[in-house]
Write a protein that binds this ligand. Structure first.
Ligand code: SF4
Length: 352
């Protein structure tokens, strides 16, 4: 019944829809991206300051899933567009709403040292809590729920991409996804991977599905930007077998560009490493996070957790709001790999 690409939306889906940062901004003569000079470039008002976080007097609740802590008035959605204040409760309106479904090689997550050669049923929804200008999956990460239609009423959210194009979805409850994964074991499937958009803006679906998978002996994988609070980690860590976590650079400057939180991401990684198999991915974007000293600091920090944590260094291609940049120079990628290998035993290049 199912083909390798189960949803027609998944054929070219990237596993990395963001990137990361670090603290002390490194002095460098390297040309900096215009994005770092103005993090407003190319981001619409709807994305940079959604109605969800507009100043209103009747704040009902605060979402504590990520460091943004969106204060949401009744009926308002968070910056991620995946959580909404419905009758005083912060509700994950993307629960079970599937935009992408595919039986992928585990190496595509990317995970190189977790059941190599296997495949995994990969599921994505919509929404993200970062604003990466180079997002490879912006068609599902930056969608807007049509306010005229009703997640609040229980109907499937009708999603619009930033371009105004409709984005297709279907509702797949945890039980059905788990059964689907079981049915694919004969085709090499080992479990379920939550990926494509940022899964943790709807962590409840991850938790509920992963619990069922664990009961059935399936493996669970999370591909995340690591921008979630301890409370979310407490909910999902017991049920996740492996993670690939984005580390979008190692300067605060870089994380500011995506409106992320480097310290929270480092804390997230530290906790995850103590609980499950973890691999990290750094997408190298020219002029943003491509310096050798930055990679050296990043690798040193990772090694302080464990020198055996796999690091994927991946090549950037022009995308979304950064179509004016060149792809990452391949010789630079090899240089960064050599740098990281001075501290880490497992460094892999991706997209080369
Ligand atoms: S998960 Fe979404 S609604 Fe909650 S704080 Fe983060 S961006 Fe805001």
């Amino acid at each position: 019944m199912y083909e390798d690409t189960i949803s027609n939306r998944t054929g070219s889906r990237s596993q990395t829809c963001e990137w990361r940062t670090n603290k002390a901004a490194e002095p460098s003569s390297r040309a900096r991206s215009p994005w770092l000079q103005s993090n407003q470039r190319g981001i619409s008002n709807a994305q940079a300051a959604p109605a969800a976080v507009s100043a209103q007097d009747n704040w009902a609740d605060t979402c504590n899933v990520c460091s943004r802590h969106c204060r949401l008035a009744e009926g308002a959605a968070g910056l991620c567009q995946a959580r909404k204040n419905i009758s005083g409760t912060i509700t994950p309106i993307n629960y079970g709403i599937v935009s992408s479904l595919a039986l992928d090689p585990i190496e595509k997550k990317p995970l190189r040292d977790f059941f190599p050669g296997s495949r995994i049923l990969s599921v994505g929804s919509f929404g993200c809590n970062l604003l990466c200008p180079f997002c490879q999956n912006h068609d599902i990460s930056r969608v807007i729920v049509n306010p005229a239609q009703g997640a609040a009423s229980g109907a499937l959210p009708f999603l619009m991409e930033a371009s105004g194009e409709p984005a297709g979805t279907e509702y797949i409850p945890p039980e059905v996804l788990c059964q689907t994964a079981l049915g694919l074991i004969r085709r090499g499937n080992i479990g379920v991977a939550f990926t494509y958009n940022e899964p943790l803006v709807g962590y409840e679906y991850v938790r509920d599905t992963a619990k069922l998978c664990r009961e059935k002996g399936l493996k669970t994988v999370l591909v995340t930007n690591g921008s979630a609070t301890d409370a979310v980690l407490d909910e999902i860590l017991p049920w996740i077998d492996a993670m690939n976590i984005d580390l979008k650079g190692f300067t605060f400057e870089a994380y500011n560009a995506v409106q992320g939180d480097l310290e929270q991401t480092m804390h997230f990684i530290t906790r995850a490493v103590s609980a499950c198999h973890v691999e990290l991915t750094s997408l190298i974007v020219p002029g943003i996070n491509d310096s050798v000293p930055e990679m050296e600091r990043e690798a040193m920090w990772i090694a302080s957790l464990s020198p055996d944590i796999p690091l994927h260094i991946t090549r950037f291609f022009p995308k979304y709001k950064l179509t004016d940049l060149e792809p990452t120079d391949i010789s630079l990628l090899y240089l960064l790999k050599e740098t990281a290998e001075r501290y880490l035993s497992r460094v892999y290049l991706g997209n080369v």
